[in-house]
Ligand binder design. Structure first.
Ligand SMILES: Cc1cc2nc3c(=O)[nH]c(=O)nc-3n(C[C@H](O)[C@H](O)[C@H](O)COP(=O)(O)O)c2cc1C
Length: 212
């Protein structure tokens, strides 16, 4: 099946953070969306909450996320809006196809959540909102992270891709000569923004030569 349509550049976009390594990719992605005036509808799994704290510190805990983003990325994040949904609330706006949420990114996506989406389980809001994107043929960007990958995980990625999702693995490149972890996060956030239909300059366009 064809991939879902890219989103318009403004409006509402769902972002899910689950319990796979790579919280820095998530916060950079959310900050970039906010800076573009997007209304981010955020849902964080229990292990996603843990990953935010474990990898980025207590200041990045869900309750303090907006001030954390402003401190790290600047006041530009105030251009957008953020609504935080409970992962247990299957009655939240993004659980329905009638809600005008144009796209969703799951960053990072655990193998457990990937499995739930691949098999249409809708056990929580992350899985349900992803299922809504697939059934409505809207853009769903899944950023899986695990290594090595089991055969079930590989097959689950194929199932999601066949259903219309874009699989954007958390695999930063090195040809842009990153100097910091933030440079690596910029690369992944740029890939995610591109998949969501946004322009960006988070990494230099390939010119045919490294470092030019
Ligand atoms: C520190 C830490 C790192 C983890 N990293 C990964 C990972 O990279 N990929 C993955 O699939 N699961 C990872 N897990 C396991 C998931 O968090 C676990 O399977 C969890 O049940 C996922 O639930 P969720 O998808 O609802 O967040 C990690 C767990 C912890 C505590």
């Amino acid at each position: 099946m064809s991939a879902g349509k890219p989103s318009s550049r403004t409006g509402k976009i769902a972002v899910a953070i689950t319990g796979a390594s790579g919280a820095l990719y998530a916060v950079k992605t959310v900050a970039e969306l906010l800076a573009r005036g997007v209304h981010v509808e955020l849902v964080v799994s229990d292990y996603g909450r843990r990953l935010l704290r474990d990898e980025l510190g207590d200041d990045a805990s869900l309750e303090k996320l907006l001030p954390y983003l402003a401190a790290k990325y600047g006041d530009s994040v105030n251009a957008g809006a953020m609504t935080v949904h409970s992962n247990r609330d299957l009655g939240a706006t993004i659980a329905s196809g009638s809600h005008n949420c144009s796209a969703m990114a799951i960053v990072p996506c655990s193998m457990k959540t990937l499995a739930g989406i691949a098999h249409g389980l809708s056990r929580n809001l992350v899985e349900r909102a992803a299922d809504v994107m697939l059934k409505e043929q809207r853009r769903l960007v899944i950023v899986p992270r695990e290594t090595p990958m089991s055969l079930p995980a590989l097959k689950n990625m194929v199932l999601c891709a066949e259903a219309g999702a874009m699989i954007v693995p958390a695999m930063p490149a090195f040809y842009q000569q990153p100097k910091s972890l933030d440079d690596l996060a910029d690369f992944m956030a740029g890939k995610i923004l591109s998949a969501l239909g946004f322009e960006h300059d988070l990494y230099p366009a390939w010119t045919g030569q490294v470092g030019s």
